[in-house]
Design a protein around this ligand. Sequence first.
Ligand code: GDP
Length: 140
Amino acid sequence: MAIERTFSIIKPDATARNLTGAVNAMIEQAGLRIVAQKRVRITREQAETFYAVHKARPFFGELVDFMISGPVVVQVLEGEGAIAKYRDVMGATDPAKAAPNTIRKVHARSIGENSVHGSDAADTAKQEIAQFFAGNEIVG
Ligand code: GDP
């Protein structure tokens, strides 16, 4: 399988509970490498752009408000089949439906406050990484 890069966000519910290290341990245990990482507060405009695909959904306003409610940690993860692998490590969007030992099963609070984001495909991974990182900030 090819080496890929995917984009990850440790969301405000997780940073608020001091879970950055716990989430990173689960990422690294799965064989993914954190090749870029920074803790930032995203603006409303950045959150709206990032989640533009969900603009028409009833939870859009709540999602944007949540994503700007506290610091997040944005990351680039690298590894074999990293995009699908990280989706597996994250677990289902709704923690009640997530598989055991996934980040969302272990740490998420609800379908909205679900601790992590991970890209869902190669094209979105590329776009999302470019929204937050310059090429020279990613060190594999
Ligand atoms: P993901 O790819 O697993 O993150 O899921 P989606 O792309 O479907 O949704 C993006 C994000 O929107 C999720 O991770 C949640 O934070 C949020 N979200 C999805 N569904 C709901 C919902 O029903 N209510 C709320 N408040 N947020 C939701």
